[in-house]
Design a protein around this ligand. Sequence first.
Ligand SMILES: Cc1cc2nc3c(=O)[nH]c(=O)nc-3n(C[C@H](O)[C@H](O)[C@H](O)COP(=O)(O)OP(=O)(O)OC[C@H]3O[C@@H](n4cnc5c(N)ncnc54)[C@H](O)[C@@H]3O)c2cc1C
Length: 620
Amino acid sequence: MNFPFSLAKEYKEDEEKHDYVQQAGNSEALSIEVLGDETDHNGRKHRSLGQNNQQEPLKKPLIQTNPLLSEVYLTHGIKLTIPRYILERVMSESKATNSDQKHPENTTEVYAIHGAEPEVLAYAMAKYSRSALTMRESLAEISSQRAEQFLNTFYFQYGHRSIADLAHIPFAIEKLSMLAAIALVDEARWDGQERSTRYQDFRRSGWYVPQLSTVARRNYQHAIEALFLSYDAISLGMFDALKAAIPCPAEMKPADYHRTLKARAFDAARYLLPLATNTSLGQIVNARTLESQVSRLLSSPFAEIRNLGVSLRKAASEPAWNVQRDKLEQLAGEGAVDAAATSEILNDLMPPVRTAPTLVKYAEPSEYQIASREELSHAARELMRDAEGNPAEIYPAPTVDLLDDDEDLEVELATSLLYGCCHYSYRQLRGAVAALSEPRRNELLKLGHAHRGKHDELLRAFSSGHGFRFDILMDIGAFRDMHRHRRCIQLIQEFSDVHGYEEPVCPGQPTLAEAGLEPAYKAAMDSALAAYRALCDSEELEAKQSAQYLLPMGMRCRAMFKMDFAEALYIAELRSGIAGHFSYRKVAWEMYRAIAARHPALAGLFRIEDVNLPVDLLKR
Ligand SMILES: Cc1cc2nc3c(=O)[nH]c(=O)nc-3n(C[C@H](O)[C@H](O)[C@H](O)COP(=O)(O)OP(=O)(O)OC[C@H]3O[C@@H](n4cnc5c(N)ncnc54)[C@H](O)[C@@H]3O)c2cc1C
């Protein structure tokens, strides 16, 4: 039986925990009540005890056998020996309660909550742990100041980090580069949506310009403008080619026909969008994810991404934009609402709210991430050298390589640590790591945790031991889509020119060559790559990072996806569907084929159709 006396005693002896009970409302921690004295037919005094989660009061004699202890009998012959001072305390507290109070049965209550400040709500929810108060009661008594005090103590001092999971904060993040957006969404616990390259014309979105000297800036602008011109030319040219190839069916509205074919044309043109292209997204994350997201962004080698970390932390710490306040002020401005009432409402009912001022205030760049990245990159360069000491050649690799799972965990961990710091395939890198002596391999492992601080989670590369590991070489556009899968571990290599670029090829759709667009496409790609290389090799500040903004979405990049079977099936099914982009449909299909080849008995579980078959281009 979970009798709370012992709990009360334990807290009393432990000052820290006692504080917790106090803050969470210690009167609720004692859920026993004593229901008064009775005298039985032998003239003996009885004391009835009840527990407030039981339906009937419990009536059994109380016998004193020891001056310091009380023996209490509960129903079903259960005997408890309780220190007397505790029993007396219970009795005195019980006087305040109504002895006739009945405990209602089967009264589950469910209600959604809206309008509480995120940190106040997090505190109120955490209170369930130590308090019997209802949410309504908790929220009625908590102020943002008390929430801040509580979170300062329990989140930061005692490390109850899961409390921050309970504060959810929506953000609008607008006009950031696609490159920064990829970094932003790189969270396993992330919910959000971003602008679609299929349904929106990105020509008007603008682009990010890094800090560059005058000449480098001019070259950068020219390269981006050239890419957008080509983007226009390919989308218009492909749209015309599609219209010529597929007449509008009589039963289809012309507007629907145009919209569908335009989306197909954008699917091809997106290969030319540079990583600098501005996008916008909405994200809802909890404060714990936000804290690690901000810290990760602040640790980035890209200036734009570091600034994004600063902006996110600021947005969470300053008063949030409040839709209702804006509406009310507008109504008051129009004279539709009384001005005095408006100011009272604004001050008392809708004060400015800071969404997570306490929980993200300490988010700083992670020295662990920064130092590990530097040392692991160095180790990868040292390891992957040919006989002359030059960087080893990158071997060709298939689009999807499903890795065997028979290497030692130490080899997987060391390979995974280096993987994100170079451009080699996992298989090639693993060969080099496996050939190392055990002490050398252990040195690599040590690099992965040597700088780990007290509150740092292990680097993502340590998330290992998954049954299905796909090393995927795909265009950046497809990667952006695949990147959104969260029930898996992704190790991502830096964007570069080393893997060349893809051409848009959709079964059933005119190819670039058929549309007469291939020369224009190739010229645009090659000129963007020339601009990339020139900036990369320049003396500009953060030259290697700034150059990446010039890379178009059609460039290939490599990423490792580790997952269990269910997620592999989920991704293969979802991403092979005809509604998807042909680029990742191919990846999904190859994932399926690799699993089917290794586990023929499981192939039948996949609801999947061959993505190489021509699709009805008027269906989405
Ligand atoms: C045809 C198509 C069009 C798309 N268009 C857009 C678009 O315009 N803009 C855009 O931003 N995105 C778009 N997406 C991406 C889409 O919104 C998802 O982000 C992506 O498909 C990942 O899907 P998922 O969340 O179901 O899968 P995963 O993240 O792989 O998750 C698998 C499953 O795990 C569970 N899960 C994982 N994480 C969570 C979590 N945090 N909360 C709850 N459950 C979780 C869920 O059950 C989920 O179904 C599109 C996707 C498709 C297929």
